[in-house]
Ligand binder design. Structure first.
Ligand code: SAH
Length: 378
């Protein structure tokens, strides 16, 4: 494994990491050696994307979902109260983003066909004509026609995490259900490619900047498959890469698996004997750091999930180990608790207060809020 070698020496990744080196770093436990990884990632971040931290206001516009992902707290089969925001409510959030000088809003939701193509088109057009904001959409697997129309209306970016590049694991945690065949219409299972990877390539062809990412420590995830994920980030030439730890939600099949003595529910094929990636802040920041080294120019958020598993330092650790993006939540307080994809994220704190804390954090670690839309430079 290549390490920092004295003054003017190299840092890990300065000559491009191989898949085996990525794998070795994922398994590295020695604190002193990990220090080199953190330094290499931070130095690369500084040289390639600078000290700006781009702010993207997250608007969780609907909690309806037609899918039934085994890890997600708003999976369709859960009997929970659901909401869908109105155009006026979303515009209110967008104006808050503009006032706080965020460069981008991210419209995220469950996979909700009640958010019609036309509704999103009108919304994107309005945000793009009434504000200077960049618009990122994260609405799940939608049709090519809709994606084309939204791009024409001015949407800049599309975020669709592939979650895992291991086809077997992907199939295990993303059950098909009656109203919801996979978008590739080629089925699921080990012999089928992850349909999200195919869709991302199509979205790129439509002229969007594309973003993907994975959950770190999904039950059944091996270090090998996580190394493959990181190499895939580079092959897809992603503009945005978001990685957070898997946070068990007790009311989901995978969440129940994480609680000793609980039944795994309906997760077939789970083999607890496989080498399991831990869903920790340490492992997540290893992934963030390696992602920075492998994709030096990408926009990489320090995620809310990381800040959830390490409430005191998670956000800063991410920013100090390769990340350059922060996505503050602008969802109206009355909806926050209803968008509980994992527990502990719905902390309701006044937006202005949150912003003041954010600025203080950035100042403390010697960084500055980004200006403008913050697209990938190279
Ligand atoms: N419906 C959209 C948005 C999903 S929510 C889509 O499918 O793309 C955004 C992200 O939250 C997911 O991509 C997933 O990576 C993450 N997520 C969901 N459940 C989670 C959990 N239990 N722990 C950590 N992250 C989770």
């Amino acid at each position: 494994m290549r390490l920092l070698q004295g003054k003017g020496g190299t840092h890990p990744g300065s000559k491009g990491l191989t898949r085996d080196e990525v794998l070795a770093w994922l398994k590295e436990e020695e604190e002193l050696r990990l220090e080199f990884l953190w330094q290499g990632a931070d130095q690369t971040r500084c040289e390639r994307v600078g000290g700006e931290v781009h702010l993207r206001g997250l608007i969780e516009l609907s909690s309806y979902c037609r899918r039934d992902c085994h890890y997600c707290g708003i999976r369709g089969s859960r009997k929970i109260e659901r909401y869908r925001m109105t155009e006026g409510e979303v515009m209110g959030c967008a104006r808050t983003a503009q006032k706080l000088e965020y460069g981008t809003v991210v419209l995220q939701s469950g996979e909700d066909l009640g958010l019609t193509g036309d509704f999103i088109t009108a919304l994107v057009r309005r945000i793009k004509t009434e504000t200077p904001l960049a618009v990122t959409l994260s609405l799940g697997e939608r049709s090519r026609e809709e994606l084309t129309e939204w791009r024409a209306a001015g949407a800049d970016r599309y975020l669709l995490k592939h979650e895992t590049s291991d086809p077997e694991l992907f199939a295990r945690i993303h059950p098909e259900n009656g109203d919801c065949p996979r978008s590739s219409a080629r089925g699921t299972g080990p012999s089928f490619p992850n349909p999200r990877i195919e869709l991302l390539k199509q979205v790129r062809e439509l002229g969007y900047e594309i973003g993907s990412g994975v959950m770190v420590g999904i039950p059944g995830q091996s270090h090998e498959s996580l190394a493959d994920d990181i190499m895939l980030f580079r092959d897809l030439d992603l503009e945005m890469i978001g990685c957070g730890p898997f946070v068990p939600h007790p009311e989901t099949p995978l969440g129940r698996l994480a609680v000793p003595g609980e039944s795994p529910g309906t997760v077939p094929g789970f083999d607890s004997a496989r080498s399991q990636v831990p869903a920790t802040d340490l492992m997540t920041t290893k992934v963030v750091a390696l992602t920075r080294l492998v994709c030096p120019d990408a926009n990489i958020p320090s995620t809310t999930a990381l800040a959830t598993v390490n409430k005191e330092h998670g956000r800063e650790l991410g920013l100090e180990r390769g990340a350059n993006v922060w996505m503050p939540n602008l969802t109206p307080p009355k909806y926050r608790a209803l968008y509980e994809i994992y527990p502990g994220k719905a902390l309701v704190i006044d937006t202005e207060q949150f912003h003041a804390n954010l600025l203080a954090t950035l100042q403390r670690i010697g960084r500055v809020p980004g200006k403008g839309p913050g697209s990938r430079k190279r």
